[in-house]
Every structure is written in C-alpha cells, then in structure tokens.
Ligand binder design. Structure first.
Ligand SMILES: Cc1cc2nc3c(=O)[nH]c(=O)nc-3n(C[C@H](O)[C@H](O)[C@H](O)COP(=O)(O)OP(=O)(O)OC[C@H]3O[C@@H](n4cnc5c(N)ncnc54)[C@H](O)[C@@H]3O)c2cc1C
Length: 310
C-alpha cells in the first residue's frame, strides 16, 4: 500500500486548482499530493467552456496564463419575450475555451509544479480508517490523511464518505457547428447570445450560442439549458435547439447533440467531513445565466484547500 499526504480524486479544474493552490501555499508538499483520474488527458468534457472574469482572476493568482486557444467575448446579445432584444458591451466578459485543451493545460501545470498525477486509474472504493482514508483504485491502494473529492457531479467521494447523493437540478444539451456553415456573426464580433424567448412555451431556461475554436476552425457552440422541474422532454428541448439551428441557417442533421445533467449548490448540504473536503461546483450558488460554472471549482480549489484548512 502506498502512502500520500493528500489524495485528490479527479483532475478536472477543481482537482488541479486544489493541487496548484496547495503547492503554492506550501511547495514542500511536492511529491505528497496525488491526483487520480479515471480518464486520460486531454479528455472530452461536455461544456460550453466560458471562463468568466473571476475564474481568470483565480488562474492569474496561480500564475497560470490562459495559454490555450480561446475566443474573447466582449459583447452579449439577449432575446426576451415578447420579441425584445438587449445588447451590451463590456471588454472581457468571458473567454471561451475547449475543455479538453484547457483541463490538459492545468494538468500539465500541476505536474510541472510537483503534483503526481495518475491517469487512467479509477477510484473504486474509499474506506474510513482511524488515521485517515484508504483509497482503492483499479490499479493500487493508497493510505492518506486527506481525500479531496474533485470527481465531478456524480462524485463517488461524496456518495461514499459524506453521503447525500444530490439529484440534478436541470439538464443541458449542446452541439458544435462550423461558423462557415451558418449565418451567425457572433464569432466575428466576439459576441455571445442568450435566447429566453422559449420560456413562453414552458422552458425554464434559455438557449445559448458561444463562439469557439475547434482545431483552429471557428465554430459556434449552441445549447439549451433547462431546469429539471418542467414538463418538457429531451425531445422537446432538442426541438428548440433544432429551431435555433434553423434560424442560424445551420445544417440540422450534421451536428451531434450531447446531453448532460446539471448539478448545483443546495443550501445545507455537507461539503466536508473528517479527513474529507469536496471541491466542486456544488460548493456555492450559481446565478441565472451560469447556474453551474467552473468558477466554484477553481475558487474552492483556491480558497478552501490551503494546508491550514485541511
Ligand atoms: C452543457 C454544459 C455547459 C457548461 N458550460 C459551462 C460554461 O460555459 N462555463 C462554465 O464555467 N461552466 C460550464 N459548465 C459547468 C462545468 O462544466 C463544470 O462546472 C466543471 O466541469 C466542473 O469541474 P470539476 O473539476 O468539478 O469536474 P470535472 O471537470 O467533471 O472533473 C471531474 C474529473 O473526475 C474524474 N473522475 C470522476 N470519477 C472518478 C473516479 N471514480 N475515479 C477517478 N477519477 C474520476 C473525471 O474523469 C473527471 O476528469 C457547463 C456544464 C454543462 C453540462
């Protein structure tokens, strides 16, 4: 059995930000922090990839410049019923990344600063012991003083060590379309769009269109977000999405739709227990536009996981 001071389950932004913040606070922890991930980076992640300014500020605090391809957004266009349109402009509203490249860059930074990262290794079981936690993976067993649960929305760490399996608050469906196949001018004008007009048809959410670069080719990431407590089915949501694609003159059959449940902060839920800290988007409330963002993952990696707090 191997022994490490800190074992972080998950090497998405929450896991790597936790490692980077711990190493910044105490460089002597290098070699004692282990991140485990069942995936191998760069891995696909269903996400629109919008980094809001505070997320970027947190990365700056860690001396991590945004070095991966991204599109800067300086304008927003919002449609609300009945047929009203609102535009606003503000330098650096958002930077849109692709999560495979962004997450991989954080993994490389954490590794370069002394974190050990084992990829393709799935955590199967976590067992409480008097002095800490035993972490069993499909390859190895580890003994640790502290486990950080940064294993995303369906967190095994939360389920096994803290209990309370939160149910999703909503869902999102998205696809990517080359800008050249549409009439959308948001990429050229560095703009992102939000469309709330389907609320009149029962949608509790909105459609979005974000500019992004996939293999250096301008794309529009189009998606729909819906709260869970609605009578609308996945097929209904896809119909809204298809109508949005048609309005952009996009070829409808080609894009691949990808759906994902959305989890969010629920007041009163436990975020820590003896020897365990959660680092994820469940740690703080979202807002209407971004009900669930990367921000809490990076922030809580930043704020909660100083050596003093564990
Ligand atoms: C459609 C959609 C659009 C979104 N758009 C945005 C957006 O524009 N901006 C924004 O800020 N946020 C957005 N989000 C939210 C954002 O994707 C999440 O907040 C973010 O991914 C959370 O990061 P994380 O590090 O907590 O988890 P993750 O990125 O999910 O990382 C968890 C890691 O844990 C690993 N793991 C899981 N289980 C195990 C296990 N048993 N053993 C080992 N490893 C394990 C996984 O492989 C994964 O690498 C969006 C979400 C969706 C669904």
């Amino acid at each position: 059995m191997l022994s490490r001071d800190v074992v972080i389950v998950g090497s998405g932004p929450a896991g790597t930000a936790t490692a980077l913040n711990l190493l910044k606070a105490d460089p002597a922890l290098a070699g004692d922090i282990l991140l485990l991930d069942k995936a191998v980076h760069p891995r696909e992640k269903i996400c629109a990839g919008g980094l809001i300014p505070h997320t970027l500020d947190c990365l700056n605090e860690l001396d991590i410049p945004l070095a991966v391809p991204h599109v800067r957004v300086d304008r927003a266009f919002v449609r609300v019923p009945p047929g009203r349109e609102v535009s606003c402009e503000d330098g650096g509203m958002c930077s849109i990344v692709r999560r495979d490249a962004f997450d991989f860059s954080l993994v490389q930074a954490a590794r370069a600063r002394g974190a050990e990262i084992r990829e393709g290794e799935k955590v199967l079981e976590l067992i409480r012991e008097p002095a800490g936690i035993r972490v069993v993976t499909d390859k190895e067993t580890y003994q640790t003083r502290v486990v950080v649960g940064a294993d995303g929305s369906g967190s095994r760490v939360r389920r096994q060590l803290i209990g309370e399996d939160p149910s999703p608050v909503g869902k999102a469906i998205m696809c990517d379309v080359p800008v050249a196949e549409t009439c959308w001018d948001g990429f050229l004008t560095q703009r992102y769009d939000f469309n709330f007009t389907p609320v009149t048809q029962g949608l509790k959410g909105y459609l979005w269109a974000f500019p992004c670069l996939i293999n250096e080719v301008p794309h529009v990431n189009i998606g729909i977000y819906s709260l869970g407590d609605t009578h609308l089915s996945n097929t209904d949501l896809q119909c809204f999405l298809i109508n949005e694609l048609i309005s952009l003159k996009s070829p409808v059959p080609s894009p691949k739709f990808r759906a994902f449940p959305i989890y969010s902060y629920v007041p009163g839920r436990s975020l820590a227990a003896l020897h365990i800290v959660l680092s994820c988007r469940l740690c703080e409330p979202g807002n209407l536009i971004f009900p669930s963002t990367l921000r809490p993952s990076v922030v809580h990696g930043w704020a909660r996981n100083s050596p003093g707090s564990i």
